[in-house]
Design a protein around this ligand. Structure first.
Ligand SMILES: NC(=O)c1ccc[n+]([C@@H]2O[C@H](COP(=O)([O-])OP(=O)(O)OC[C@H]3O[C@@H](n4cnc5c(N)ncnc54)[C@H](O)[C@@H]3O)[C@@H](O)[C@H]2O)c1
Length: 249
């Protein structure tokens, strides 16, 4: 699955999953345009990165249309048509049942996870090469419910709907649009959620999946690399689980 020399834009590039994907892309010689809200972690990425690829970093808030247009334009003007887009930035909130869920938290999650993914496709797709590939980061919680995290669940279901819609619209250009659906991945997001969900117990999400362990960011990166590459050339509009069997039961 050669990705060398391809131009790939990734949002949320300095999070746990974003870093694993970015590292893998750089190791394989891709040109990576790494977008994140956090300028310090982008600076650290610039400092720490290695591999044959080329890295460019860009600070942007994926909820802001002008900033999204700017990162898409900049990536295109640097390297020309974009081959791959990993629409990955996302957030979670404190756990509350729907009847107590703060409206502000709901709006914030929808802004990043739904509006951010929509804006990303809106402004990156016109700069993509025909035959390119988009990977939208959904979740296992995009196909099942999750008590206490209504906004996150709603947002990740919405990403799957947007993925199918974009696949229908972009098929004539040969652009494939798929969703990745990770289960509990060892990292900040999962561990913070576990602190609340399993408070006062020694349980972890590892026990909730058939494979009996957390996934790793590298597990997700493997799937993303496949979806970006020509190995998945007949897959579009689909949702690919990388969840240790979490959604099997
Ligand atoms: N970690 C998991 O278990 C898991 C499971 C399923 C899906 N996911 C999804 O994978 C994606 C990455 O998750 P992660 O575990 O790496 O989380 P993370 O919190 O480690 O990383 C998220 C990244 O997104 C960036 N970000 C947040 N808001 C932003 C904004 N408005 N504009 C630009 N960047 C912004 C953050 O700065 C951070 O670098 C998310 O969409 C998440 O919902 C994660």
């Amino acid at each position: 699955m050669s990705i060398a020399g391809r131009n790939v834009v990734i949002t949320g590039a300095t999070g746990d999953i974003g870093l694993a994907v970015t590292s893998r892309l750089l190791a394989q010689g891709a040109h990576v345009f790494a977008v994140d809200l956090n300028s310090e972690t982008l600076e650290k990425l610039r400092h720490d990165s290695s591999g044959n690829g080329v890295l460019e970093t860009h600070v942007a808030d994926v909820t802001d249309a002008a900033q999204v247009r700017e990162y898409a334009n900049r990536a295109y003007s640097l390297w020309g048509p974009i081959d791959g887009f990993v629409n990955n930035a996302g957030i979670q909130t404190p756990v509350r049942p729907i009847v107590e869920f703060p409206e502000d938290d709901f709006d914030r999650v929808i802004a990043v996870n739904v509006r951010g993914v929509f804006l990303g496709m809106k402004y990156v797709l016109p700069h993509m090469r025909d035959g390119g590939s988009v990977v939208n980061m959904s979740s296992a919680l995009g196909v099942v419910g999750g008590a206490g995290i209504v906004a996150y669940v709603a947002s990740k279901h919405a990403i799957i709907g947007m993925t199918k819609t974009a696949a229908l619209e972009q098929g004539s250009r040969g652009i494939r649009v798929n969703a990745a659906a990770p289960g509990p991945i060892a990292g900040k997001m999962t561990f913070k959620l576990a602190e609340e969900v399993f408070a006062g117990t020694s349980k972890s999400f590892a026990e909730t999946v058939p494979l009996g362990r957390h996934g790793t960011p590298e597990d997700v990166a493997g799937l993303v690399m496949y979806l970006l590459s020509d190995d998945s050339s007949y897959a579009t509009g689909t949702t690919h689980a990388v969840d240790g069997g979490f959604t099997t039961a």
